[in-house]
Design a protein around this ligand. Structure first.
Ligand code: JET
Length: 222
């Protein structure tokens, strides 16, 4: 999978060289390209924003700059993802859908957002455009939201996780389950004992207990 991000703060994406995604890049499973939006400006001040039509507070990101950055990246294989609090909520099923893609392009807006014609234009040209929110709160820009999505998607790609069994068990998440509580040694820590059933060696009983714990967590919304 190829992943491109467009941002005025390329340094935000330094964590992609670490851990899971860093390894996946070394293994050639994902290739990440970080593009500085400001390098597509042609004026002396390298302006990426301007005042909003209709008035109001803040600044809006200029469509020509976004066009210049996106045109050379977008192909028939590309899915354009625009991070916005107004988008469709990102969840595990969407992560699985996007993990099937060949090329993801993340547009990271700042200020009051990107001129609305940018998404409209690429959708009208027949590109797959997704306006996506990672949750109901407002961030300073789309960079951190992109990192969240990239991490959730990349770990689903074949060969990224060392142990694919943890993905098989986790598929329950898509059926609306949340995980059961996990324990490791020591058997008692600060007067809290590990539930005895987990030390019993009774695998059927353990599976049943875990399913019940997961149900309780889901119903409590924990
Ligand atoms: C966000 C994503 O805050 C979030 O996204 C970043 C952001 C911040 C400010 C403006 C902006 O513009 C979006 C845009 O859409 C066309 O231009 C995006 C919160 N939850 N998920």
């Amino acid at each position: 999978m190829k992943i491109d991000t467009i941002t005025i703060f390329p340094e935000y994406f330094a964590p992609l060289q670490l851990s899971l995604i860093g390894k996946a890049q070394e293994r050639g499973i994902v290739e990440v390209g970080i593009h500085d939006l400001r390098s597509y400006t042609s004026d002396n001040h390298h302006s990426v924003d301007d005042t909003p039509y209709g008035g109001g507070a803040g600044m809006v990101m200029k469509p020509e700059i976004w066009g210049a950055a996106l045109d050379p990246l977008m192909t028939k294989e590309s899915d354009l993802i625009i991070l916005t609090p107004a988008g469709r909520k990102f969840d595990q099923p969407m992560a699985h859908e996007l993990a099937q893609a060949t090329h993801l392009v993340f547009a990271c807006g700042r200020y009051e957002g990107i001129d609305a014609r940018v998404g409209q234009h690429y959708a009208a040209k027949g590109f797959r455009v997704h306006e996506v929110s990672i949750g109901d709160y407002v961030l300073g820009g789309g960079e951190v939201a992109s990192l969240v999505m990239i991490e959730a998607i990349a770990r689903l790609l074949p060969g990224v996780l060392g142990n694919p069994e943890s993905l098989v068990e986790e598929s329950h998440v898509q059926e609306g389950f949340l995980e059961y509580p996990n324990y490791t040694k020591p058997p008692t820590w600060r007067d809290i004992a590990v539930p005895e059933i987990l030390l019993s060696g009774n695998h059927a009983a353990i599976a049943q207990w875990r399913a019940e714990q997961a149900r309780i967590r889901a119903s409590e919304g924990l």
